[in-house]
Ligand binder design. Sequence first.
Ligand code: PNS
Length: 159
Amino acid sequence: MKRAIYPGSFDPVTFGHLDMIERSAKIVDELVVGVLNNSAKNSLFSVEERVSMIEEMVADFPNVKVASFDGLLVDFMKKIDATIIIRGLRAVTDFEYEIQIAQSNHVQNPDVETIFLTTNLQYSYLSSTIVKEFASYGGDISKFVPEQFIQRIYSKYNR
Ligand code: PNS
């Protein structure tokens, strides 16, 4: 069985992430969306909030699970018996950072392979940072995130 992980901060999860989850879940047997619990990073949503938002979003996908992790991704992958990392490439600017992570994870554990999917053109501009920037000014984020999350995001900015 091919178990893959789609790791990230997901702060908050966007339509771009959802597109990646839908498409990669068709390629592998089981997909674990791995939410990084990074205490050093000042996140808008707690790890529990981020996990539950993604769980809501993937409730209808039978082979997708959501889990949080801290520490090294390769260590978490060993724990859950996953060998594939899924990452999205939006543009060439993502490539330099992504190849560095992919190579170093492969050096750490040669059984670990990274599969890159190019993001849907429709979402190639989209990032959690963009969502937060627009939301912080009360801007329209309805094209960025599922409707049920809009108010939850605004409320973080007292809007
Ligand atoms: O959504 P992001 O912030 O671009 O995701 C980055 C992520 C979570 C994939 C990366 O930071 C990660 O794997 N962190 C866990 C710690 C780790 O394994 N570091 C070594 C590879 S960078």
